[in-house]
Design a protein around this ligand. Sequence first.
Ligand code: MG
Length: 228
Amino acid sequence: MKYSWILFDADNTLFDFTHSQKKALEHTFEAFGIKYHDDLFPLFTALNNRIWKAFDENKITHEEIKTERFKVLFNDIGVKNINLDLFNIKFIDNLILYSKLIVGTEQFILNMHKKVNMAIITNGMKEVQRPRFDNCKIKDKFKHIFISGEMGLSKPNKEYFEIVHKITGNAEKSKYLVVGDNIIADVWGGKNYGFDTCWYNQHKTKNEKKEFTDYEINKIEELSMILT
Ligand SMILES: [Mg+2]
């Protein structure tokens, strides 16, 4: 095996996060008696990405993200008098409830875990990520789970990867492969630290960071060819 460690991003790499976010938004709107329509999802995704980017740039904290994204959303669509803390709690409950692995992931991880060490490296909130990981059947196949919200550091920061490297035993950097869908946080971040990288390009979009990408896959099964 070329690598000793595979470091998987979680959302939209192992888990179908787009699906859970869509379901969570829809059902939380319903629970609060607010009319939901499909146009809201792209609106929410765009502003959520903006807010997480602000977090990556240290302009906003994890705590602030929780309510800020809904404050902006409700402001944009003209909905008033919603308790943002309660809305966020319900949204997180629904994210956990509607969490699901991408098709093919479970089988791949079950086949692969005996051949190589695996860990999860994720930017996210512990109260969302921990229960989602606890509820999934493959959690114990990962030797470590690194959650930015618990570490106080996030990808693509070098310090994040340094901690991951240290805790996984400081093997040679060339023995690590980072697999993730985010070209900046996972691919650029991983390469910048010195690990090999594999971009999980599920939607076959153009690679703007080719020089940082060692491999590119559209499905998790394609990893087998890289690993052997
Ligand atoms: Mg991701």
